[in-house]
Write a protein that binds this ligand. Structure first.
Ligand code: HEC
Ligand code: HEC
Ligand code: HEC
Ligand code: HEC
Ligand code: HEC
Length: 194
């Protein structure tokens, strides 16, 4: 190998590495949640261990998704701890009657129709099959938005190559379809797109 080839090879490797590291950082912009709610504290300290006490199916069978403020007021009408996150919850949201503008990591584009009732109640899937272990975390995750598509990073998933992904890391069209194939479920375009 000539000296020029070595120099070229090193230059190419450096450029690729820089792109590999820098591209994802440039592609996603970061936004913190309005306040750091921790699932782990609640599982351990609040006595509420069942997910459905906060993420419930309504009487009509529809998923209500994120808990409304009333779910929190029972315990947090005044401060019970010393964390700044709880102080913000009480002073900024609960006392002023403002609901918390949570960012939803798994939010799909508006043209996608998704039903928790079908997947959780009818098919008996676990939350972890699609959300990983988010419901057990002891920290608040940063929400990342793709600057080009405007989608949450969780749609593509955290691996740029999409190889060796953990369950729940990524929910693109092909991920929905892969699971449907495994379960021999047939859904047409209009089943998922309104
Ligand atoms: C059954 C009681 C209970 C309910 C319901 C409850 N919490 Fe808590 N929460 C607690 C306890 C206990 C702590 C720990 C307080 C401490 O020791 O700092 C806590 C702590 C917090 C904190 C501080 C950071 C953390 O998570 O450790 C935030 C923020 C918070 N709660 C938000 C909420 C929100 C938002 C809701 C409604 C969706 C809610 N809580 C519902 C009991 C509850
Ligand atoms: C005390 C109420 C409470 C309980 C109990 C609770 N959650 Fe949550 N959960 C929340 C709140 C508030 C948020 C919104 C803030 C956030 O994303 O951290 C949330 C967000 C989530 C999300 C994020 C959805 C998304 O894509 O943004 C998932 C997944 C989730 N919870 C799963 C679970 C699971 C699984 C359990 C049971 C093991 C559980 N939660 C128990 C209050 C609760
Ligand atoms: C088959 C995959 C799948 C399973 C299983 C699943 N989810 Fe989801 N979840 C999703 C998708 C996809 C979205 C985004 C829906 C959308 O944007 O329309 C979502 C959204 C959410 C949200 C945000 C609510 C909102 O405002 O839309 C919460 C909270 C949540 N899921 C909690 C849970 C919990 C708790 C369980 C277990 C009882 C669960 N999920 C099971 C795929 C799943
Ligand atoms: C199992 C559910 C499902 C089925 C079936 C499905 N889609 Fe999708 N589709 C999605 C989801 C989820 C997204 C958004 C995430 C993404 O972009 O991959 C999407 C995104 C798209 C997009 C936006 C382009 C893109 O990649 O962002 C187009 C176009 C599309 N689908 C067309 C179709 C057509 C045509 C069919 C039938 C041949 C179809 N879809 C069937 C779930 C589905
Ligand atoms: C972990 C596996 C899994 C994933 C991921 C998954 N699904 Fe499904 N889905 C199922 C199963 C199983 C059924 C069949 C439910 C039944 O009828 O028992 C189903 C059924 C459906 C149906 C048919 C509903 C009906 O009324 O018959 C739609 C629509 C659908 N899924 C949309 C989606 C979309 C959109 C996504 C991705 C955002 C997705 N699914 C991701 C397992 C999955």
């Amino acid at each position: 190998m000539s000296r020029n080839q070595v120099v070229f090879g090193l230059g190419l490797a450096t450029a690729l590495l820089a792109g590999w590291v820098a591209f994802p950082r440039a592609l996603y912009s970061k936004r913190p949640q309005p306040l750091a709610f921790l699932h782990k504290t609640h599982a351990e300290k609040s006595g509420v261990s069942d997910c459905s006490q906060c993420h419930a199916f309504g009487d009509d069978g529809q998923y209500t998704g994120l808990p409304p403020m009333e779910t929190c007021v029972g315990c947090h009408s005044g401060k019970i701890g010393t964390s700044t996150a709880e102080a913000t919850l009480v002073d900024h949201y609960i006392k002023r009657g403002v609901s918390t503008p949570w960012l939803v990591y798994s939010r799909q584009p508006a043209n996608v129709w998704f039903s928790h009732a079908v997947h959780v109640k009818r098919a008996g899937l676990a939350c972890t099959d699609c959300h990983g272990h988010y419901g057990e975390l002891d920290q608040s995750r940063i929400y990342e938005v793709n600057r080009i598509s405007g989608y949450s990073r969780d749609i593509w998933g955290h691996s740029m190559t999409r190889l060796h992904r953990a369950p729940g890391d990524g929910m693109k069209m092909s991920d929905c379809e892969d699971c449907h194939r495994r379960h021999s479920v047939q859904v047409g375009c209009l089943g998922c797109h309104e």
